[in-house]
Write a protein that binds this ligand. Sequence first.
Ligand code: T68
Length: 850
Amino acid sequence: SVEASIPEPQRAAWKKFSKKEFSTKDEFQAETVQHIETTLARSLFNCDEAAAYSGTALAFRDRLVIAWNKTQQNQTFADPKQKVHESDVKLNKVADLSLEFLMGRALDNAMLNTGMKDIAADGVSDLGFRMEDIISQERDAALGNGGLGRLAACFLDSLASLNYPAWGYALRYRYGIFKQEIIDGYQVEIPDYWLDFNPWEFPRHDVTVDIQFYGNVRKETDESGKQVSVWENGEIVTAVAYDAPIPGYGTKTTNNLRLWSSKAAQGEFDFTKFNSGEYEASVADQQRAETISAVLYPNDSLERGKELRLKQQYFWCAASLFDIVRRFKKSKKAWTEFPNQVAIQLNDTHPTLAIPELQRILIDQEGLEWDEAWSIVQQTFGYTNHTVLPEALEKWSVPLIQHLLPRHLQIIYDINLHFLQFVERNFPKDRDMLGRVSIIEESQPKMVRMAYLAVIGSHKVNGVAELHSDLIKTTIFKDFVRIYGPDKFTNVTNGITPRRWLHQANPRLSQLIASKLGGYEFLKDLTLLHKLEAYVDDKEFRKEFQAIKHANKVRLAEYIKTANKVTVNPSSLFDIQVKRIHEYKRQQLNIFGVIHRYLELKDMSAEERKKVQPRVSIFGGKAAPGYWMAKTIIHLVNQVAQVINNDAEIGDLLKVVFLEDYNVSKAEIIIPASDISEHISTAGTEASGTSNMKFVLNGGLVIGTCDGANIEITREVGEDNIFLFGNLSEDVEDLRHAHFYSADGFRLDPALQRVFDTIKSGTFGDANSFSALINSILEHGDYYLVSDDFKSYVDTQKLIDEAYGNQEEWLTKTITSVSRMGFFSSDRCIEEYAEAIWNVEPVLPKEDTA
Ligand code: T68
């Protein structure tokens, strides 16, 4: 702030000693050695890889901080005259509210985005270390479950790279997503305590917000005679900010990710209790406060209605909004300017409480009238939906909200009242409509439908792929399209950052592309990849492209050897399915297909086996700890692997691998090594998928259903370059119905029947362990249509074997596909959000004037 500025006459002294960003190898080494010696108190004789990592990370951290400080300064005081249409441009910030940011490792990303990796690699090599070893010392920042959290992380990279003034807001969980161990074929969860040493975060002990829970609401009349609500007598917990710098690629812009940590409010530590010997009681309050940000909920597609989860959501929304409002108020602008200065994007319904919270701030604290406040709220928020699965749609019980957030419940009821009155006026003949669209579900107990609240409180609602955005308009939000008109609903197809998912994960491919395209400009404009298509017949290029894929497969094979003690042949077809384990994603279809392949191999003569395309089936992913069916699938994969990998008759023709603890840093090794990856959800269930994009960008092909972004990938790469199979989303409902009601609805494919018989015979261990899985198909209606799609799936796998047999054609398909992936950059997504939803423009970094 202005009050904290160093006075003008003293600035020269500051500037003289103000730290500069290192830019040579010597400067990098000096910084690194200094950090190892003084910050870490290690010596020349006591410097292992961990210490070398720490020193390198601290040197880069310092470098980022300088750019970060300048960016924040520049964005705060952005010169309005720079702007062409000042009045339509947001000066302040985009706030990305996401309960999850699945960042992975930071060092490699920082080195590449600043363009300093080569210098640093050279520098550490002089000190006797290999950069790869140093990089792999870092633990993942795993504050997310899966696609939703990783999307938020890709968006941060794009926002910074495109110079948008944007902050991410989340919780600083002490424990991220659990670590998965496979013991005797079963998933075991190990806590992920990741904060021992985290050089990337900056505690801001001076940036705190007191957050209230529970208590009661009292009506009072203020001096002007107006009725106001006072929320009081609650319990206070303090939010402390921890900031992490987010460097853009090829720009000095360095944005901020602000994570809130909970701690007992000042005075909460009860010294009377402490002094009278009740140590435990005095510590208990403190622990209760710290519990709020203790752990990430590990459910990726299920809402369980736990009070602590709701507390997390409110704690985070309230702290973030306070922060945003505090910054806005410093500008002394009128409240009507708020939506022109701030755009807040809700990543799914998890931050929906921000809507009643902003309304509360405006009416209870700032004294605005309801309508004026509500118009500001609606203009400020945008809501991104990530699922149509009914079990994933968030609902909170009215009694729980009443207890925890009494004032917010009143406001939610008032929002609902205004909304229903509006609906009644516009649809007077449709009385059922009111019950259908009410924010309150009239169940026992009553429930608050968060997705409806999010739609009503936002000016735009978007899905994450075309099919998904169409589906939300015809299913869960159908009535709302009638009420608000179709323009409120839009699509922003997901994307991925090519910096991490090409340049970082596959440096050799990135380099090859750069050599043909005349530099790395494509990392900033991925559509430039189309120029690669000119080289599809270039012999040298093809050879190098193929050699890179092979090297990536060798690297994965080595990893599999170390991790699983299984030897796989890198010349086999690598078939990979890595993602959260869920029935709708259908890893069971994949493993049934593997069993089918095994049975066919066993039937063959030695002669016939010679013609078979060898394959490695690779699985990876975590199951939510309470999701038994998903855990059963993991167990089956491991049991099948055990049997097949030890069958001498089969040898290299088929290997099955379950990779433990799939996470972002492992994805960076796994994804570049695929020939085929599987994206085989029941049509209409996977909102988008984003790993499908990563695999194709790295020269792999996809076997997939007509679901989510697979459809748009097909549009871009062409039907000949993807293996689509299975029923379409428009037929799903009828098929499900037929499973129960049609006489011949359940004539099981004989090949699938045989797979089931084999499992039941005990070939893969105790058949009882798998009966629930088989019965979900045979007895309980096969909700995910495994039986309907099985034949089409295995037939398509056959086509893949044949296509892979022709290596030249396969290579042509993969090169062509890579060259057509430009659309799927998260930069394109961010430009779409900026233009159609946020109305913000970039703030370019100032030239260095130091
Ligand atoms: C995913 N959702 C979608 N959810 O499943 C995927 N959910 O299709 C899409 O590509 C991706 O979002 C990005 O849009 C999730 O990953 C969760 O992880 C999640 C976490 C908590 C609660 C609910």
